[in-house]
Ligand binder design. Sequence first.
Ligand code: NAP
Length: 254
Amino acid sequence: MTNSNKRVVVTGASSGIGRATAVALANEGWKVVALARREERLRDLVAELGADACEPIVCDVTDDASVQGAVERILAGGQVKALINCAGGAIGQDRIAQCNVEDWRKMYDINVLGTLRITQKLLPALEVAPGGGTVVVISSVAGIEAYEGGAGYCAAKSAERVFAQTLRFEEVGKPLRVIDVSPGMVATEEFSLNRFHGDQAKADAVYAGVPNPLTAEDIAECIRWALDQPDTVDVDSLVVRPRAQASAQRVYHR
Ligand SMILES: NC(=O)c1ccc[n+]([C@@H]2O[C@H](COP(=O)([O-])OP(=O)(O)OC[C@H]3O[C@@H](n4cnc5c(N)ncnc54)[C@H](OP(=O)(O)O)[C@@H]3O)[C@@H](O)[C@H]2O)c1
């Protein structure tokens, strides 16, 4: 049974952490508005969760008009209690001496500006949700620790963490929680594949020999738990790594 007070928007809901979060929250009675660019994948999600629990909206978070259209549909559908900013990812892993400016531009646009575009437009609705609203930002340990070849992604994820901190400052006193979730290595199907421009061997090598990287479901459970705290309890920041990862640079491989 969905609860009409618990309506949550999840960006990046077509795969990986966003999809797992949509499933975890729907199973807890949340009505999920699932956003991503790939309509077919969103349809699969609706088929799994049921049309009562999940409403799909095709949206490209790098496109102002697309986000505006999605927000209008979201608001027309009722109140919004929470927003999970999960759309994002890494492009390339080249050192600063060789990296591509365009890759950096895309990473900033998806991760940082994408989060800004939709959060800014949903803030008024979140702040009038009964009991208050919640913004969750999925940044990364990459936003805390730099690593070789990671500068563009680390800078974007660091900007997302700063976004969350600043929003918390700016909205203090209003009924809004801002939660940053910073995952370490999560073995999702597409994250590394996208990072390495579709090179499956390079993507597989990231996780090869690493005992039990995190799963998308592990992070979804953290998000579910943080959201389920009382409205007045703001889980400021959650840093979650697999046991085999001491830092971005220090990963145990068998
Ligand atoms: N996997 C990890 O190790 C890890 C670790 C720390 C943080 N994170 C962060 O967690 C988030 C999810 O990562 P993941 O591993 O689940 O990656 P993923 O499986 O590649 O999922 C990325 C999601 O973002 C969506 N997306 C990408 N570009 C978009 C755009 N322009 N507009 C709308 N949606 C867009 C994708 O959907 P469409 O392609 O259908 O649009 C997809 O649903 C990302 O922000 C990532 O940076 C991941």
